[in-house]
Design a protein around this ligand. Structure first.
Ligand SMILES: Nc1nc2c(ncn2[C@@H]2O[C@H](COP(=O)(O)OP(=O)(O)OP(=O)(O)O)[C@@H](O)[C@H]2O)c(=O)[nH]1
Ligand SMILES: [Mg+2]
Length: 371
């Protein structure tokens, strides 16, 4: 992946749109998350604005009044970037950049940028690069190129530099090459998966930072990196356990989900997310101490829906109960739930007993089918 030399750090203003004033508090939480994303992408956040407006302006997304205010704010605070919480149409982005004379990006670009920085395995790097190119293709115009050349930084990593020299056709060719390479990797994966046919497959899913990797490490004695930040895990890790289980149990730790995960990423990570789709049991991990617990669990379900994994049997894991013994109870569609702390180990025994029981039932069904 091509790395851009950072020309200057982004000093950014965050912008969110609330359809009505009742939704303002939710948008404010969303901007808190956007700020975390911005910080993860090495930007500095100077200020934020929420505009109440029942529909986005077709040309500028926000109203002209706010455009003028942002221009002034950028000037006064030495800002050079505006980050929108919602997806901008290519034309809105161009108009805003022209008017504000600053770089304009949206949540999707930030997420793509963080993924580009953190992807380690060749599959993850190819998948991110593909997603970036798919995102960039409709935005390849003189204006966009001009600003990314001028400012560098967020959104200019990965294929950013290439787009300066090449035209759409070349980007399309690159996309098709990447797809071919990913297809080859997919064939290798399929072969690996065939070998796992008799294993009981358990996949951990959930919003980013819920504690999936911490739980995965407890379940498998692995040492996957865990950290209090968004998207620590990008590449899936699997471990097979047999001791104490009636059959081999394959655990997979996967990439976390987030609100407005760019669809290009979901699309290009499909083969990684296949681990989830092919699981026999999902552990949906939620952070009990998260004030946005209900909404974020819903977002996870949406992504599961998008990848066709919504009907799989699942357990609901209220993690981090050490921080929030009193947490909201989710509508869980008949799923068994567990209260636990992956950090301290509280509640592990009952979860493990349930996985042992489920894998036992799986083994019985397999045997019955073979007989
Ligand atoms: N207090 C407390 N903290 C926890 C618990 N489980 C995880 N954490 C912390 O929460 C943070 C995120 O944990 P991870 O396991 O990295 O979360 P993840 O879901 O894998 O996150 P991503 O890979 O970024 O999507 C880390 O700082 C963990 O130490 C818990 O039960 N209690
Ligand atoms: Mg993780």
């Amino acid at each position: 992946m091509i790395e851009y030399n950072k020309i200057e750090t982004e000093n950014a203003i965050l912008v969110g749109l609330a359809r009505n004033s009742k939704l303002k508090a939710g948008i404010s939480n969303s901007l808190d998350e956007l700020e975390q994303l911005a910080i993860s992408a090495d930007a500095k956040v100077l200020d934020r604005r929420i505009q109440v407006r029942n529909r986005p302006d077709p040309a500028f997304f926000i109203g002209r009044g706010l455009v003028t205010e942002l221009k002034e704010l950028l000037k006064v605070n030495g800002g050079n970037c505006v980050i929108f919480d919602d997806s901008l149409a290519p034309a809105q982005q161009r108009n805003l950049e022209k008017e504000l004379e600053a770089k304009v990006i949206d949540r999707a670009v930030l997420i793509l940028d963080i993924f580009a920085n953190r992807a380690r395995t060749s599959a993850a790097r190819l998948q991110v690069e593909l997603a970036q190119l798919e995102y960039t293709l409709p935005r390849l115009t003189g204006a966009w190129v001009h600003f990314s050349r001028q400012y560098g930084g967020i959104g200019a990593k990965g294929p950013g530099e290439t787009q300066l020299e090449i035209d759409r056709r070349q980007v399309r060719t690159k996309i098709s090459h990447l797809k071919q390479r990913l297809k080859k990797l997919d064939v290798q994966r399929q072969t690996q998966r065939k070998k796992r046919q008799d294993q009981f497959k358990v996949a951990l899913v959930g919003y980013t930072n819920a504690g999936k990797s911490t739980l995965f490490n407890r379940l498998t004695k692995a040492k996957v990196t865990t950290a209090d930040m968004l998207f620590t895990t990008l590449d899936s890790t699997t471990r097979v356990m047999s001791s104490g289980y009636p059959c081999h149990v394959l655990f997979s730790d996967t990439v976390g989900f987030i609100k407005k995960l760019p669809h290009q990423l979901v699309e290009s990570f499909k083969s990684t997310l296949e681990e989830v789709k092919l699981a026999d049991l999902l552990l949906h991990v939620v952070d009990s101490s998260d004030p946005e617990l209900t909404e974020r669990a819903e977002q996870t379900r949406k992504v599961l829906d998008e990848i066709g994994a919504q009907k799989l049997p699942h357990l609901l894991i209220y993690n981090k109960v050490d921080l929030a013994p009193e947490h909201p109870v989710l509508e869980q569609g008949g799923a068994t739930s567990f209260e636990m702390s992956a950090l301290s180990g509280l509640g592990m025994a009952s979860l493990q007993a349930e996985i042992i029981a489920s894998s036992g039932r799986y083994l019985q069904t397999k045997r019955a089918l073979k007989a």
